[in-house]
Design a protein around this ligand. Structure first.
Ligand code: HEM
Length: 546
């Protein structure tokens, strides 16, 4: 074949040097062609071969604000790097196309799953196609069942009680300031673990215990992410060296713990069916009971992957969202007042002493804890649904500080977006909720301001299209835990704000840290706290004491 080409183009006698010149010339031409192509597309300046790599690396620690700067000029732009482009968009029409209309062409792809699959296996966050569909259907069936919803709510109420008890104990020891992000991180991990596995990890205590499973999970996640910038990770994994050796150790600990729970639960629910009164509510039991005819459920590895992915889904998302919400509430005292007014209105008439200065009298802390627990138990689904202002506050905080700031997909084949942007196979195409939430063309001239009121009409919460408020993603792969997330966040805010007063510790600089979610930087959120002054609440609404 090659000889035929030589013959046709009469290339015999071309000479080695000439050949080399031709090949180098072709490569240089290709580089400059690509350079020229990238130069003419919207986005940061692109250099031959390296594309915009240098600018990207220089800005990686403030990635979200760097992207935002470009979104002030373009709705969609390209960041070319060595072999592929990263395309970012805040254009709702492109978002709808990528995530809904042509979603099958934009999946988890190959690169990210290859780095994360030791931790998450072939679970919902790493799988495409049939495997993803199996996970999604399995979870969908459980997450919206009434047994599971009730079980979850009880977990969240328990978590609210535990955080309160922890704060009271800390206050007794004379502590006046706390790092709230760490408390929310512990609370969210404990809750999702109990929700998924039916086991309490008990990391919420005033002694701030280190829990082996939690540490191993967090280490494994960081080490798996670091593979993205380590070209030798596969070699290191092969020879069990350095970071890969540590990752392996953490993964073994996680697997041992999880497989033990799966085994135990299999034997416990072996003969149970869903109609029994004492049926367990945790996700693992429910899957084992309800899907026992599904051959894939027989595989402990599949179940392990479901567990790991669901823990990941509900862990840092909730902790981040609550941390930023408290940050915003502390910065906007009138929002706190309105939440308290709503709480007292919604809870009015419920059989609880919500307005008395309980716990500050003779019965002391025990009475206060009883009061907190009685109040918390009244936070049932119907009561939470009445809290429109709190719902709006959480949504507004997520608009500005979305738990998943960049939602990326890999193009499985070449394509063209509605605005004409060309996509090559292997390009990463991302919607950027962090920037979307700040776009004036979407939210008006006050887009940067924190205004829960923008979500309310006549006091009722008004949802927005997910192509505009994309915080929970869009289309067939949108978040499965959105409702559960709101329930948990509302319970925690309703309990903590009612019983405690929080103020920002002055002088701290609160910013984000780069991660797949949007945690605050290392120092977290330092808050001063004390028991709420009940007299203020009484005055707030002229509330009648019981
Ligand atoms: C404030 C809280 C939360 C936010 C902002 C959030 C946001 C998101 C986003 C943006 C995605 C798409 C991620 C991707 O494309 O890879 C997602 C997926 C998902 N979320 Fe959430 N999430 C939250 C809480 C939860 C909770 C509590 C659960 C479960 C109990 C959950 C379960 C899931 C699952 C299973 C998926 C995968 C859906 C799929 O790929 O089909 N999420 N979530």
């Amino acid at each position: 074949m090659i000889m035929r080409v030589f013959f046709i183009f009469n290339l015999e006698g071309f000479g080695v040097i000439n050949w080399l010149n031709a090949v180098v010339g072709l490569l240089v031409w290709l580089c400059f062609y690509r350079f020229w192509q990238n130069q003419s597309s919207p986005g940061p300046k692109a250099w031959p071969i390296f594309g915009s790599m240098f600018e990207l690396v220089a800005n990686v620690n403030q990635l979200h604000d760097w992207l935002l700067k470009y979104f002030e000029q373009y709705d969609t732009f390209r960041v070319p790097t060595f072999g592929r482009s990263y395309i970012y968009t805040v254009d709702p029409v492109n978002v709808e196309y990528i995530f809904r209309k042509n979603w099958k062409n934009y999946g988890k792809g190959r690169l990210i799953p290859s780095q994360l699959s030791d931790l998450y296996g072939r679970g919902i966050f790493t799988a495409d196609g049939e495997q993803w569909e199996w996970h999604r259907k399995l979870l969908q069936r459980q997450l919206f069942s009434s047994i599971y919803r009730k079980y979850n709510l009880d977990i969240y109420i328990g978590a609210g009680n535990r955080v309160s008890s922890m704060l009271i104990q800390l206050a007794l020891k004379g502590t006046k300031e706390i790092e709230m992000q760490d408390i929310f991180r512990r609370m969210a991990f404990d809750s999702i673990f109990q929700n998924v596995c039916g086991v309490e990890l008990e990391s919420l205590s005033s002694s701030f215990p280190k829990i082996g499973f939690v540490e191993a999970f967090e280490n494994a996640e960081i080490l798996s992410m670091q593979r993205a910038v380590d070209p030798f990770w596969k070699l290191k994994r092969l020879f069990v060296l350095g970071s890969e050796a540590i990752l392996k150790e953490n993964l073994s600990l996680l697997d041992e713990f999880v497989y033990k729970i799966i085994k135990k639960r299999r034997s416990e629910v072996k003969d149970q069916n869903d109609s029994q009164q004492d049926v367990r509510g945790d996700l693992l039991s429910r899957i084992l009971i309800l899907s026992k005819d599904d051959p894939k459920v027989d595989s402990d590895k599949n179940i392990r992957d479901v567990i790991m992915n669901t823990i990941e889904a509900g862990r840092s998302t909730i902790a981040n969202a609550l941390s930023w919400t408290f940050f915003m509430i502390c910065n906007h005292p009138h929002v706190e007042t309105k939440i308290l007014q709503e709480l007292s209105k919604v809870m009015e008439g419920k059989e609880v002493c919500i307005c008395k200065p309980c716990g500050q009298g003779t019965n002391g802390n025990e009475s206060l804890m009883n009061n907190i627990s009685t109040y918390a138990n009244l936070l049932r689904h119907d009561t939470l649904c009445e809290m429109h202002y709190l719902h709006a506050t959480l949504t507004e905080s997520l608009r500005l500080y979305p738990s998943v700031p960049v939602d990326a997909r890999e193009a499985l084949s070449k394509d063209k977006l509605p605005d004409g942007t060309r996509v090559k196979k292997g390009d990463f195409v991302s919607l950027v909720p962090y920037s979307m939430g700040r776009m004036k063309f979407l939210w008006g001239p006050d887009a940067a301001e924190f205004k829960p009121e923008r979500w309310l009409k006549d006091g009722l919460f008004q949802p927005e299209s997910s192509c505009k408020f994309s915080v929970f993603s869009v289309g067939p792969r949108k978040c499965l835990g959105k409702d559960a997330a709101y329930v948990q966040m509302k319970v925690i805010v309703a309990i903590l704000l009612w019983f405690f007063e929080f103020k920002l510790v002055a002088g701290q600089k609160v910013s984000y840290r780069i991660a797949p979610t949007l945690p605050m930087s290392e120092n977290g959120l330092l808050l001063k706290f004390e028991l709420r002054n009940w007299q203020n609440i009484l005055e707030l609404n002229g509330c009648a004491t019981k």
